[in-house]
Design a protein around this ligand. Structure first.
Ligand code: SF4
Length: 302
């Protein structure tokens, strides 16, 4: 366990994520492209997470989108912030104020999106803000269980992706052949921290987990492997199966240059039904760029 005074030291030989760059982020940047100052692209109410996160009453979740990424999938729609690192630098104090404002605006929860590379600063900001609403850790699932243990007591809800089982696929998409090995251990650590899901009277997840999986074109066999793993390992955790894959011009991987077909979606859904998986299935209309939030620095400026 790292006490609050030592947290910033984690940036000095950074091994926060499975990339384990070992760089001194006070002087250089590692794979995630970030130094030791928080950079964020947007902080605003967000209404398009799953109903148990955003609710349906207009309050939404208070989403903070952090810049940089430890995974950098070739097909990422948020390239501007994940790969190019666009965003505004903010102090820990300012981040705490953002958390407080989102809570004061009535958000159901704080939705911290892709924050792994800033865990020391986020913990310091949470110590200052002391939110009374659930803190949601929204990540790509490429996490070290050891690092996640730092979040114990600070995060009430985990919202990880499980992107791939196949090492070949995760290697091709993100140069991370070890993706599933780490995601598997990370999910178990998340479950250990949260215990069983607790849903409030308003339908909002107060504690627990929800796992997301995005179906990729031509990769339904791997999607079914993901669902089988979830069914065998975390049978009571709901799964959000997403069909919103949109091809992007910067992705050069053959086969990922199209949306998924109805047939592919139905194949994965039937497997989910056969396994008895419960959760959320996305409508066809969601495969649209309009569902990508505008990363324009909203809520980040002083
Ligand atoms: S958080 Fe960034 S610098 Fe640290 S190990 Fe991961 S990719 Fe490397």
């Amino acid at each position: 366990m790292v006490d609050a005074g030592d947290r910033e030291g984690l940036y000095r030989a950074c091994r926060l994520c499975p990339r384990e760059c070992g760089v001194d982020r006070t002087k250089a940047k590692g794979f995630c492209g970030m130094g030791d100052t928080v950079v964020a692209a947007r902080a605003a109410k967000h209404f398009w997470e799953e109903p148990c996160i955003s609710g349906g009453d207009g309050r939404g979740t208070g989403a903070v989108f952090f810049s940089g990424c430890t995974l950098k999938c070739a097909f990422c729609q948020n390239m501007r912030i994940s790969r190019e690192g666009w965003g505004r630098e903010i102090s820990v104090r300012r981040l705490a104020d953002i958390f407080k404002s989102l809570e004061d605006e009535g958000a159901h929860s704080l939705d911290l999106v892709t924050g792994t590379q800033f865990i020391p600063s986020i913990l310091n900001a949470l110590d200052l803000a002391k939110p009374k609403i659930p803190v949601v850790w929204n990540s790509g699932g490429y996490e070290k269980a050891e690092t996640l243990r730092l979040l114990s007591g600070y995060v009430q809800v985990y919202l990880p992706d499980v992107k791939h089982v196949s090492a070949r696929l995760s290697g091709l998409c993100a140069g991370a052949e070890d993706y599933f090995r780490h995601a598997k251990e990370a999910l178990l650590e998340m479950r250990r921290q949260t215990g069983e899901n607790v849903v409030g009277e308003d339908g909002i997840l107060q504690r627990g987990m929800l796992v997301r999986h995005l179906i990729l074109p031509g990769c339904t066999t791997d999607s079914i492997a993901v669902l089988s793993f979830l069914h065998d390992t975390l049978p009571d955790v709901p799964v959000s199966i997403m069909r919103q894959y949109m091809p992007v011009p910067w992705c050069r991987i053959r086969g990922l240059d199209r949306k998924i077909t109805d047939r592919e979606y139905e194949r994965v859904l039937s497997a989910a039904h056969a396994l008895g998986i419960r959760g959320y299935m996305q409508e066809k209309e969601s495969a649209s760029e309009s569902f990508v939030p505008a990363f324009d620095g909203e809520g980040i400026d002083d």
